[in-house]
Design a binder for this molecule. Structure first.
Ligand code: ZN
Length: 175
């Protein structure tokens, strides 16, 4: 049982890694055009250096304005990821679950400006969270799973540009 769990975790990690690579290389919001560096996002002030968007307080000599992939997606209302939480547990614990998702986002965003929550739509026993990156829904999913168990269901589109994750949990008799 223990061995099986370890293998499962390893496979999950590898999957995350390979999709991160896919995101860097093939995300149309990253490769639409080659940007001249250094660039600064005019919306969020993230800085593009060495091919990577990051938060920076360094001097910005000769920097020019751009729009980072996250702000670009937000402007276009075009998410990279969508998480749907369903079940009676979601109805009774909605705010707690969204707070967990927000905490994961805050941690992720410290190092990765392009990984953000776009929108949270809560409705009865269903919460839909859209994100600007492929990586963040996976992080949120794993945080939900380790805190509350539940059932996960992950789908990538064929090109690997969009991830859709479902998480389901119903209320248990024992709580
Ligand atoms: Zn931005």
């Amino acid at each position: 049982m223990k061995t099986r769990d370890v293998n499962r975790q390893r496979r999950t990690r590898d999957a995350i890694k390979s999709h991160l690579v896919a995101e860097e290389r093939h995300d149309p919001y990253r490769t639409r055009k080659k940007l001249t560096e250094p660039a600064v996002c005019r919306e969020c002030m993230a800085v593009l250096r060495n091919g990577r968007w990051q938060w920076s307080t360094e001097a910005l000599e000769n920097a020019h304005w751009e729009l980072c992939p996250a702000c670009h997606r937000i402007a276009d209302k075009y998410p990279a990821g969508e998480m749907t939480l369903t079940g009676s547990f979601v109805k009774s614990h909605g705010p707690e679950l969204v707070r967990l998702a927000r905490n994961v986002e805050a941690l992720e965003r410290k190092d990765h400006p392009v990984q953000r929550i776009m929108d949270v739509v809560a409705q009865d026993d269903r919460i839909v969270i859209t994100t600007t990156g492929l990586h963040l829904p996976r992080r949120i999913a794993h945080a939900l799973e380790s805190a509350y168990e539940g059932a996960l269901d992950t789908h990538y589109d064929e090109a690997g540009h969009f991830v859709r994750i479902g998480w389901h949990r119903d209320e248990r008799a024992t709580g």
